[in-house]
Design a protein around this ligand. Structure first.
Ligand code: SF4
Length: 389
């Protein structure tokens, strides 16, 4: 079995630095996806440095997508030579691990308006982020891992709030130009004070994406994914039942109630963990078992706690999403905490057991650059944990 999934965990735990040889070679290329900071910024080098690749694909019998998060000092490096092409090297690997870079959508590359409103996430998700603001920051209760506020202030090249027409037009244009390049459309964003109004706005964008896919006859191949805060009026969720091939999620972030309150103080104060769970149950009933999702962030609480949450969700017919904590500039936590490879491997092994026991569906279909679900759904975390630390 390929070690790619484990190498992904090592890269997520330690980050990856870019060798000068790679930077020079990459600077002369055109058409590969470069990092675009819609809502987060996980690279701690100089802010005027050329944008690195957004993701890598570890090549092999099953390629694995992983984020390029550069936290500085690390034993993992992305380099390049004439002989090898782009390759990940480490003193912990017997030989360099070949990687592929992600080719950008031709429409995103050539159409500034489409690039202003959307992004290619993980190589196969057309991603929309709206609104590019969250009222928790105005109230000093932003999630402590979240860098949306500072990222949006630093970078104003992307749309702050999207309309039905912008999303529908972008989806239609992208699938006309790159019909086979995407397998999902993602709608995600910050939150409005009026959670019901905010959720209704997100529903309009979900409809926009779905309407474009219906028109193109692609609803079987391309799913529509929404992550949002749940509305206060749970009846509003029922409208998602009209959307074909939809997945949706309300994120818990941490399972332990005290960690939840500390990590997501706005969610704790304004909605509460128990209420999010109740909303998730309603969501599951509307979109179907295992099409409702919730993120638990690995690295912000003990591995056993993350796994206890994942187990409970899976037993309830809700697919957990396990994302490794990524340290973003502008977030309150930043680099003050980093999960180790051992920690992520413990979570991944436990997650594998859950995937073997329940029909969990990954939220990201191969494009979850910081997540471990797709790899677990393909059994890639079975067996002994390699020594990558
Ligand atoms: S709910 Fe939390 S994670 Fe989501 S945008 Fe607001 S602060 Fe960020």
């Amino acid at each position: 079995m390929s070690q790619n999934a484990w190498i992904k965990l090592a890269l997520l735990a330690n980050g990856i630095s870019l060798a000068p040889e790679f930077i020079t070679w990459f600077g002369g290329t055109d058409g590969y996806v470069r990092r675009r900071n819609f809502y987060n910024s996980p690279n701690w080098g100089p802010t005027d440095a050329p944008a690195p690749p957004q993701e890598l694909r570890l090549s092999g019998e099953r390629s694995v997508t992983v984020a390029v998060n550069d936290y500085g000092q690390t034993r993992w490096q992305l380099t390049w030579s004439e002989e090898t092409g782009p390759v990940v090297v480490s003193d912990l690997l017997p030989e360099g691990q070949p990687v592929e870079l992600v080719t950008d959508l031709s429409t995103l590359h050539s159409d500034a308006e489409i690039a202003r409103v959307s992004n290619l996430y993980g190589g196969s998700a057309l991603a929309f982020f709206s609104p590019r603001a969250c009222y928790f920051f105005a109230e000093g209760t932003g999630c402590r891992f979240c860098s949306l506020d500072g990222t949006a202030r630093e970078n104003g090249e992307f749309a702050g709030r999207l309309t039905y027409d912008e999303v529908r037009n972008a989806v239609a244009t992208v699938i006309a130009g790159d019909r086979k390049a995407i397998n999902q459309v993602m709608i995600v964003g910050g939150n409005e004070r009026d959670l019901d109004r905010g959720f209704r706005n997100q529903l309009k964008l979900v409809h926009a994406a779905s309407d474009a896919l219906v028109e193109a006859g692609l609803t079987d191949q391309v799913s529509v994914h929404l992550v949002a805060m749940p509305p206060r009026d749970l009846d509003i969720i029922d409208a998602l039942g009209e959307i074909p091939n939809v997945h949706a999620g309300f994120d818990l972030e941490a399972w332990d109630p005290e960690r939840f309150a500390a990590i997501a103080p706005g969610k704790h104060a304004d909605y509460g963990q128990k209420s999010i769970l109740t909303a998730l149950e309603r969501l599951r009933d509307v979109v179907g078992p295992y099409r409702a999702h919730s993120i638990l962030i690995a690295g912000l609480e003990p591995a056993k706690s993350t796994l206890a949450g994942a187990q409970k969700l899976a037993a309830e017919g809700i697919s957990p999403i396990i994302n490794a904590y990524h340290s973003d500039r502008h977030s309150a936590l930043g680099l003050s905490i980093r999960p180790t490879y051992r920690h992520l491997a413990e979570v991944a092994s436990g997650l594998q057991e859950l995937h073997d026991a329940f029909p969990i569906q990954p939220y990201w279909k191969g494009c979850g650059r910081n997540a471990m679900d797709f790899e677990a759904s393909h059994g890639m975390f079975r067996g002994a944990v390699p020594q990558y630390s």
